[in-house]
Design a protein around this ligand. Structure first.
Ligand code: NDP
Length: 371
Protein backbone atom coordinates (compact mmCIF):
# COMPACT_ATOMS: atom_id res chain seq x y z
CA UNK A 1 0.00 0.00 0.00
CA UNK A 2 1.11 3.56 -0.67
CA UNK A 3 3.08 4.55 2.46
CA UNK A 4 1.48 7.99 2.66
CA UNK A 5 -1.99 6.50 2.55
CA UNK A 6 -0.91 3.98 5.15
CA UNK A 7 0.30 6.80 7.34
CA UNK A 8 -2.90 8.80 6.96
CA UNK A 9 -4.90 5.81 8.11
CA UNK A 10 -2.67 5.52 11.17
CA UNK A 11 -3.04 9.25 11.76
CA UNK A 12 -6.83 8.98 11.81
CA UNK A 13 -6.52 6.16 14.35
CA UNK A 14 -4.18 8.30 16.52
CA UNK A 15 -6.61 11.22 16.59
CA UNK A 16 -9.20 8.85 18.05
CA UNK A 17 -6.68 7.37 20.51
CA UNK A 18 -5.17 10.72 21.67
CA UNK A 19 -7.98 13.28 21.39
CA UNK A 20 -6.06 15.98 23.35
CA UNK A 21 -3.12 16.09 20.96
CA UNK A 22 -3.47 18.28 17.87
CA UNK A 23 -3.43 16.38 14.59
CA UNK A 24 -0.24 18.28 13.64
CA UNK A 25 1.57 17.13 16.81
CA UNK A 26 0.54 13.54 16.23
CA UNK A 27 1.37 13.87 12.61
CA UNK A 28 4.96 15.01 13.12
CA UNK A 29 5.46 12.46 15.89
CA UNK A 30 4.13 9.55 13.90
CA UNK A 31 5.04 10.29 10.33
CA UNK A 32 8.67 10.88 11.18
CA UNK A 33 9.12 7.73 13.20
CA UNK A 34 6.69 5.11 11.92
CA UNK A 35 8.52 2.13 10.51
CA UNK A 36 7.93 1.40 6.87
CA UNK A 37 7.31 -2.07 5.48
CA UNK A 38 11.02 -2.18 4.54
CA UNK A 39 12.47 -0.91 7.82
CA UNK A 40 13.01 2.48 9.45
CA UNK A 41 12.32 5.51 7.25
CA UNK A 42 15.00 7.82 5.87
CA UNK A 43 14.05 11.22 7.28
CA UNK A 44 15.01 13.95 4.85
CA UNK A 45 15.41 17.73 5.14
CA UNK A 46 15.47 19.54 1.81
CA UNK A 47 17.76 22.57 1.61
CA UNK A 48 16.84 25.16 -1.07
CA UNK A 49 13.11 25.12 -1.77
CA UNK A 50 13.30 25.93 -5.48
CA UNK A 51 12.11 24.17 -8.56
CA UNK A 52 14.01 20.90 -8.12
CA UNK A 53 13.59 20.74 -4.34
CA UNK A 54 9.84 21.00 -4.93
CA UNK A 55 9.95 18.19 -7.47
CA UNK A 56 11.79 15.95 -5.00
CA UNK A 57 9.31 16.80 -2.21
CA UNK A 58 6.34 15.95 -4.43
CA UNK A 59 7.94 12.69 -5.56
CA UNK A 60 8.66 11.69 -1.97
CA UNK A 61 4.92 11.60 -1.22
CA UNK A 62 4.93 8.20 -2.96
CA UNK A 63 8.11 6.90 -1.36
CA UNK A 64 7.99 3.68 0.61
CA UNK A 65 11.11 4.37 2.56
CA UNK A 66 11.99 8.13 2.45
CA UNK A 67 10.04 10.89 4.21
CA UNK A 68 10.28 14.65 4.14
CA UNK A 69 10.66 15.78 7.76
CA UNK A 70 12.49 19.12 7.52
CA UNK A 71 13.43 22.14 5.43
CA UNK A 72 16.26 24.64 5.16
CA UNK A 73 15.42 27.84 3.32
CA UNK A 74 16.29 31.52 3.06
CA UNK A 75 12.66 32.41 2.32
CA UNK A 76 10.31 32.41 5.35
CA UNK A 77 7.16 32.43 3.18
CA UNK A 78 8.27 29.21 1.48
CA UNK A 79 8.88 27.58 4.87
CA UNK A 80 5.34 28.41 5.98
CA UNK A 81 3.93 27.10 2.73
CA UNK A 82 5.92 23.85 2.93
CA UNK A 83 4.96 23.36 6.60
CA UNK A 84 1.32 23.36 5.63
CA UNK A 85 1.75 21.38 2.45
CA UNK A 86 4.03 18.67 3.81
CA UNK A 87 3.13 18.69 7.49
CA UNK A 88 6.52 19.84 8.74
CA UNK A 89 6.75 20.89 12.40
CA UNK A 90 8.33 24.23 13.33
CA UNK A 91 11.23 22.55 15.14
CA UNK A 92 12.37 20.96 11.85
CA UNK A 93 12.56 24.26 9.93
CA UNK A 94 15.86 26.09 9.51
CA UNK A 95 17.27 29.15 7.80
CA UNK A 96 20.81 29.14 6.36
CA UNK A 97 21.82 31.02 9.53
CA UNK A 98 20.33 28.53 12.03
CA UNK A 99 21.04 25.44 9.96
CA UNK A 100 24.08 24.19 11.94
CA UNK A 101 21.81 23.45 14.94
CA UNK A 102 20.26 20.67 12.86
CA UNK A 103 22.91 18.52 14.56
CA UNK A 104 20.65 18.40 17.64
CA UNK A 105 17.62 17.22 15.68
CA UNK A 106 17.05 13.46 15.86
CA UNK A 107 14.17 13.64 13.34
CA UNK A 108 16.49 14.35 10.42
CA UNK A 109 18.89 11.75 9.02
CA UNK A 110 19.94 13.41 5.79
CA UNK A 111 20.10 16.87 4.23
CA UNK A 112 19.27 16.97 0.51
CA UNK A 113 21.07 19.99 -0.97
CA UNK A 114 19.15 21.49 -3.91
CA UNK A 115 20.69 24.97 -3.91
CA UNK A 116 22.62 26.52 -6.84
CA UNK A 117 25.84 24.66 -7.74
CA UNK A 118 28.19 27.27 -6.28
CA UNK A 119 26.71 26.76 -2.81
CA UNK A 120 26.95 22.95 -2.71
CA UNK A 121 30.51 22.87 -1.33
CA UNK A 122 29.70 25.00 1.70
CA UNK A 123 26.23 23.49 2.23
CA UNK A 124 27.46 19.89 2.12
CA UNK A 125 30.42 20.47 4.42
CA UNK A 126 28.16 22.21 6.96
CA UNK A 127 25.66 19.35 6.86
CA UNK A 128 28.48 16.83 7.36
CA UNK A 129 29.86 18.81 10.30
CA UNK A 130 26.36 18.70 11.80
CA UNK A 131 26.62 14.91 11.65
CA UNK A 132 23.98 14.44 8.93
CA UNK A 133 24.24 12.27 5.84
CA UNK A 134 24.08 14.34 2.67
CA UNK A 135 22.51 14.01 -0.76
CA UNK A 136 23.83 16.72 -3.08
CA UNK A 137 22.42 17.67 -6.45
CA UNK A 138 24.49 17.52 -9.61
CA UNK A 139 26.92 18.97 -10.42
CA UNK A 140 28.20 18.10 -6.99
CA UNK A 141 30.57 21.11 -6.96
CA UNK A 142 32.23 23.65 -9.24
CA UNK A 143 35.36 21.53 -9.82
CA UNK A 144 37.01 18.26 -8.79
CA UNK A 145 39.08 19.88 -6.03
CA UNK A 146 35.93 21.19 -4.31
CA UNK A 147 34.24 17.84 -4.83
CA UNK A 148 37.13 15.97 -3.23
CA UNK A 149 37.03 18.32 -0.24
CA UNK A 150 33.36 17.45 0.19
CA UNK A 151 34.11 13.72 0.01
CA UNK A 152 36.89 14.14 2.59
CA UNK A 153 34.68 16.21 4.92
CA UNK A 154 31.94 13.58 4.85
CA UNK A 155 34.44 10.78 5.48
CA UNK A 156 35.88 12.70 8.41
CA UNK A 157 32.41 13.26 9.86
CA UNK A 158 31.56 9.59 9.25
CA UNK A 159 28.48 10.43 7.18
CA UNK A 160 27.49 9.25 3.70
CA UNK A 161 27.59 11.57 0.71
CA UNK A 162 25.44 10.74 -2.31
CA UNK A 163 24.86 12.70 -5.52
CA UNK A 164 21.36 13.05 -7.00
CA UNK A 165 22.06 10.92 -10.08
CA UNK A 166 18.45 9.87 -10.66
CA UNK A 167 19.23 8.14 -14.01
CA UNK A 168 21.29 5.56 -12.12
CA UNK A 169 18.00 4.04 -10.95
CA UNK A 170 16.01 4.38 -14.19
CA UNK A 171 14.79 0.95 -15.43
CA UNK A 172 15.42 1.32 -19.20
CA UNK A 173 18.88 2.74 -18.55
CA UNK A 174 19.59 -0.15 -16.19
CA UNK A 175 18.42 -2.67 -18.81
CA UNK A 176 20.96 -1.36 -21.32
CA UNK A 177 23.66 -1.53 -18.65
CA UNK A 178 22.61 -5.12 -17.92
CA UNK A 179 22.78 -6.04 -21.61
CA UNK A 180 26.24 -4.52 -21.88
CA UNK A 181 27.48 -6.27 -18.74
CA UNK A 182 26.05 -9.62 -19.87
CA UNK A 183 27.87 -9.31 -23.19
CA UNK A 184 24.66 -9.14 -25.25
CA UNK A 185 25.93 -6.07 -27.11
CA UNK A 186 29.45 -7.39 -27.63
CA UNK A 187 32.42 -5.05 -27.69
CA UNK A 188 31.38 -1.43 -27.19
CA UNK A 189 32.65 0.86 -29.93
CA UNK A 190 30.97 4.26 -29.86
CA UNK A 191 28.68 6.47 -27.80
CA UNK A 192 26.91 9.63 -28.81
CA UNK A 193 25.43 11.93 -26.13
CA UNK A 194 23.38 15.01 -26.98
CA UNK A 195 22.32 17.17 -24.03
CA UNK A 196 20.80 20.59 -24.38
CA UNK A 197 17.95 23.06 -24.16
CA UNK A 198 17.44 26.73 -24.92
CA UNK A 199 17.86 28.63 -21.68
CA UNK A 200 15.60 31.62 -20.97
CA UNK A 201 16.01 34.45 -18.43
CA UNK A 202 19.57 35.84 -18.79
CA UNK A 203 19.58 36.97 -15.12
CA UNK A 204 19.10 33.49 -13.61
CA UNK A 205 21.82 31.90 -11.45
CA UNK A 206 22.55 29.27 -14.14
CA UNK A 207 24.14 32.06 -16.23
CA UNK A 208 26.06 33.55 -13.28
CA UNK A 209 29.51 31.95 -13.15
CA UNK A 210 29.93 32.34 -9.38
CA UNK A 211 26.75 30.37 -8.70
CA UNK A 212 26.80 27.97 -11.66
CA UNK A 213 30.52 27.32 -12.16
CA UNK A 214 30.14 27.60 -15.94
CA UNK A 215 27.33 27.19 -18.41
CA UNK A 216 25.58 24.33 -20.15
CA UNK A 217 28.37 21.87 -19.37
CA UNK A 218 27.86 22.15 -15.60
CA UNK A 219 24.09 21.90 -15.87
CA UNK A 220 23.16 19.61 -18.76
CA UNK A 221 26.39 18.50 -20.47
CA UNK A 222 27.20 16.56 -17.31
CA UNK A 223 24.44 14.10 -18.34
CA UNK A 224 26.36 13.17 -21.48
CA UNK A 225 29.61 12.76 -19.52
CA UNK A 226 27.93 10.63 -16.88
CA UNK A 227 25.95 8.76 -19.56
CA UNK A 228 29.05 8.01 -21.63
CA UNK A 229 30.63 6.51 -18.52
CA UNK A 230 27.70 4.28 -17.51
CA UNK A 231 26.72 3.29 -21.04
CA UNK A 232 30.29 2.35 -22.08
CA UNK A 233 31.20 1.10 -18.60
CA UNK A 234 34.73 2.52 -18.54
CA UNK A 235 36.54 5.65 -17.39
CA UNK A 236 37.75 7.91 -20.21
CA UNK A 237 41.51 8.43 -20.55
CA UNK A 238 41.52 11.51 -22.77
CA UNK A 239 39.31 14.44 -23.68
CA UNK A 240 39.17 16.95 -26.52
CA UNK A 241 36.68 19.82 -26.59
CA UNK A 242 35.73 22.90 -28.59
CA UNK A 243 33.38 25.74 -27.67
CA UNK A 244 30.96 27.57 -29.94
CA UNK A 245 29.50 30.88 -28.74
CA UNK A 246 26.90 32.69 -30.83
CA UNK A 247 25.58 35.04 -28.13
CA UNK A 248 28.40 36.55 -26.02
CA UNK A 249 25.97 39.06 -24.49
CA UNK A 250 23.94 36.33 -22.84
CA UNK A 251 26.80 33.87 -22.29
CA UNK A 252 29.50 35.93 -20.59
CA UNK A 253 33.16 34.79 -20.31
CA UNK A 254 33.32 31.57 -18.32
CA UNK A 255 29.69 30.70 -19.10
CA UNK A 256 29.67 28.21 -21.96
CA UNK A 257 26.84 28.22 -24.47
CA UNK A 258 27.76 25.16 -26.57
CA UNK A 259 30.64 22.69 -26.20
CA UNK A 260 31.33 19.71 -28.46
CA UNK A 261 33.56 17.16 -26.75
CA UNK A 262 35.07 13.75 -27.36
CA UNK A 263 36.14 11.15 -24.81
CA UNK A 264 38.53 8.27 -25.42
CA UNK A 265 38.26 5.03 -23.41
CA UNK A 266 40.89 2.37 -22.59
CA UNK A 267 39.18 -0.29 -24.77
CA UNK A 268 39.40 2.00 -27.79
CA UNK A 269 35.74 3.05 -27.59
CA UNK A 270 35.11 6.74 -28.22
CA UNK A 271 32.32 9.14 -27.29
CA UNK A 272 31.24 12.21 -29.19
CA UNK A 273 28.99 14.60 -27.27
CA UNK A 274 27.28 17.96 -27.43
CA UNK A 275 26.33 20.20 -24.51
CA UNK A 276 24.30 23.33 -25.21
CA UNK A 277 22.10 26.07 -23.78
CA UNK A 278 21.11 27.18 -27.26
CA UNK A 279 19.24 24.29 -28.93
CA UNK A 280 16.06 22.49 -27.95
CA UNK A 281 15.10 18.82 -28.39
CA UNK A 282 18.55 17.51 -27.51
CA UNK A 283 18.32 14.61 -25.09
CA UNK A 284 19.64 11.53 -26.85
CA UNK A 285 22.06 8.69 -26.08
CA UNK A 286 23.20 6.21 -28.71
CA UNK A 287 25.49 3.27 -28.02
CA UNK A 288 27.03 1.33 -30.87
CA UNK A 289 28.56 -2.08 -30.30
CA UNK A 290 29.84 -5.04 -32.30
CA UNK A 291 26.69 -7.13 -31.81
CA UNK A 292 24.03 -4.43 -31.57
CA UNK A 293 23.03 -0.97 -30.45
CA UNK A 294 21.05 0.82 -27.76
CA UNK A 295 19.25 4.12 -28.06
CA UNK A 296 17.52 6.35 -25.50
CA UNK A 297 15.51 9.40 -26.53
CA UNK A 298 14.59 11.14 -24.31
CA UNK A 299 17.53 9.79 -22.36
CA UNK A 300 17.65 11.90 -19.19
CA UNK A 301 14.47 14.03 -18.98
CA UNK A 302 11.96 13.42 -16.22
CA UNK A 303 10.37 10.76 -18.37
CA UNK A 304 8.97 8.58 -19.51
CA UNK A 305 12.35 7.64 -20.97
CA UNK A 306 12.01 5.95 -24.35
CA UNK A 307 14.44 3.53 -25.86
CA UNK A 308 15.17 0.60 -28.07
CA UNK A 309 17.98 -1.78 -28.83
CA UNK A 310 18.70 -4.03 -31.79
CA UNK A 311 16.36 -6.51 -30.02
CA UNK A 312 13.41 -4.13 -30.00
CA UNK A 313 11.68 -1.50 -27.92
CA UNK A 314 12.49 -1.19 -24.21
CA UNK A 315 9.31 -1.74 -22.21
CA UNK A 316 10.38 -1.31 -18.60
CA UNK A 317 7.77 0.77 -16.70
CA UNK A 318 8.12 4.45 -15.91
CA UNK A 319 8.19 5.34 -12.23
CA UNK A 320 8.79 8.93 -11.11
CA UNK A 321 12.59 9.13 -11.05
CA UNK A 322 12.89 11.00 -7.79
CA UNK A 323 10.56 8.55 -5.99
CA UNK A 324 12.71 5.57 -6.97
CA UNK A 325 15.90 7.50 -6.29
CA UNK A 326 14.87 8.45 -2.75
CA UNK A 327 13.70 4.94 -1.86
CA UNK A 328 16.92 3.46 -3.26
CA UNK A 329 19.00 6.06 -1.45
CA UNK A 330 17.22 5.14 1.79
CA UNK A 331 18.46 1.58 1.24
CA UNK A 332 21.99 2.81 0.49
CA UNK A 333 22.17 5.08 3.54
CA UNK A 334 20.32 2.96 6.09
CA UNK A 335 21.13 -0.60 4.94
CA UNK A 336 24.42 -0.17 3.07
CA UNK A 337 22.77 -1.35 -0.17
CA UNK A 338 25.02 -1.15 -3.26
CA UNK A 339 23.52 0.49 -6.36
CA UNK A 340 24.25 -0.93 -9.85
CA UNK A 341 25.85 2.37 -10.86
CA UNK A 342 27.52 4.28 -8.01
CA UNK A 343 25.92 7.46 -6.68
CA UNK A 344 28.51 8.32 -4.03
CA UNK A 345 30.63 11.43 -3.74
CA UNK A 346 33.54 9.74 -5.55
CA UNK A 347 31.24 9.23 -8.55
CA UNK A 348 30.47 12.96 -8.49
CA UNK A 349 34.20 13.76 -8.41
CA UNK A 350 34.79 11.47 -11.43
CA UNK A 351 32.40 13.60 -13.50
CA UNK A 352 33.94 16.84 -12.23
CA UNK A 353 37.42 15.65 -13.31
CA UNK A 354 36.07 15.24 -16.85
CA UNK A 355 34.44 18.69 -16.72
CA UNK A 356 37.73 20.24 -15.52
CA UNK A 357 39.51 18.52 -18.43
CA UNK A 358 36.87 19.64 -20.95
CA UNK A 359 37.24 23.28 -19.87
CA UNK A 360 41.04 22.90 -20.02
CA UNK A 361 40.85 21.47 -23.53
CA UNK A 362 38.57 24.34 -24.61
CA UNK A 363 40.99 26.94 -23.27
CA UNK A 364 44.21 25.31 -24.52
CA UNK A 365 42.90 23.84 -27.75
CA UNK A 366 44.73 20.61 -26.83
CA UNK A 367 43.81 17.05 -25.99
CA UNK A 368 43.90 16.50 -22.21
CA UNK A 369 45.09 13.16 -20.84
CA UNK A 370 43.13 11.87 -17.86
CA UNK A 371 45.39 9.10 -16.61
P1 NDP B 1 16.15 27.01 -8.31
O1 NDP B 1 16.71 28.36 -8.60
O2 NDP B 1 14.78 26.72 -8.77
O3 NDP B 1 16.20 26.73 -6.73
C1 NDP B 1 17.35 26.92 -5.97
C2 NDP B 1 16.94 27.31 -4.56
O4 NDP B 1 18.14 27.46 -3.79
C3 NDP B 1 16.22 28.65 -4.44
O5 NDP B 1 14.84 28.56 -4.65
C4 NDP B 1 16.56 29.06 -3.02
O6 NDP B 1 15.66 28.40 -2.13
C5 NDP B 1 17.94 28.46 -2.78
N1 NDP B 1 19.01 29.46 -2.84
C6 NDP B 1 19.87 29.71 -1.82
N2 NDP B 1 20.71 30.69 -2.17
C7 NDP B 1 20.40 31.06 -3.43
C8 NDP B 1 20.94 32.03 -4.32
N3 NDP B 1 21.99 32.80 -4.00
N4 NDP B 1 20.37 32.14 -5.54
C9 NDP B 1 19.34 31.37 -5.90
N5 NDP B 1 18.78 30.44 -5.09
C10 NDP B 1 19.31 30.29 -3.85
O7 NDP B 1 17.19 25.96 -8.90
P2 NDP B 1 16.90 24.43 -9.26
O8 NDP B 1 15.99 23.86 -8.25
O9 NDP B 1 16.52 24.33 -10.67
O10 NDP B 1 18.37 23.78 -9.12
C11 NDP B 1 18.93 23.52 -7.86
C12 NDP B 1 20.00 22.43 -7.99
O11 NDP B 1 19.39 21.24 -8.45
C13 NDP B 1 21.11 22.74 -8.99
O12 NDP B 1 22.34 22.25 -8.52
C14 NDP B 1 20.70 21.98 -10.24
O13 NDP B 1 21.79 21.62 -11.07
C15 NDP B 1 20.03 20.77 -9.64
N6 NDP B 1 19.01 20.20 -10.52
C16 NDP B 1 19.02 18.85 -10.72
C17 NDP B 1 18.10 18.26 -11.53
C18 NDP B 1 18.08 16.79 -11.70
O14 NDP B 1 17.32 16.30 -12.53
N7 NDP B 1 18.86 16.03 -10.96
C19 NDP B 1 17.12 19.06 -12.25
C20 NDP B 1 17.13 20.46 -11.92
C21 NDP B 1 18.07 20.99 -11.09
P3 NDP B 1 15.24 29.08 -0.74
O15 NDP B 1 14.50 30.32 -1.11
O16 NDP B 1 14.40 28.04 -0.13
O17 NDP B 1 16.50 29.35 0.04
Amino acid sequence: MNSRRNFLQKLAASVIAFPLLSPEAISSMEYADTKTDDGPPLRVAIMGLGSYGTRVAEAMKDCKRARLTGVVSGTPAKITNWQTKYNIPEKNCYSYETFDTIKDNPEIDVVYVTTPNGLHHDNVIRAAKAGKHVICEKPMALNAKEGQEMVDACKKANVKLLVGYRMHFEPKTLEIIRMRKDGELGKILFFQGLSGFTIGDPTQWRLNKALSGGGSMMDIGIYSINGARYMIGEEPIWVTAEETKTNPQKFKPGVDETIQFQLGFPSGAVASCLSTYNMNNLDRFFLNAEKGFAELQPATGYGPIKGRTNKGELTQPHITHQTVQMDEMAGIILDGKQPVVPVDGEEGVRDLKKIDAIYKSVSTGKRVELR
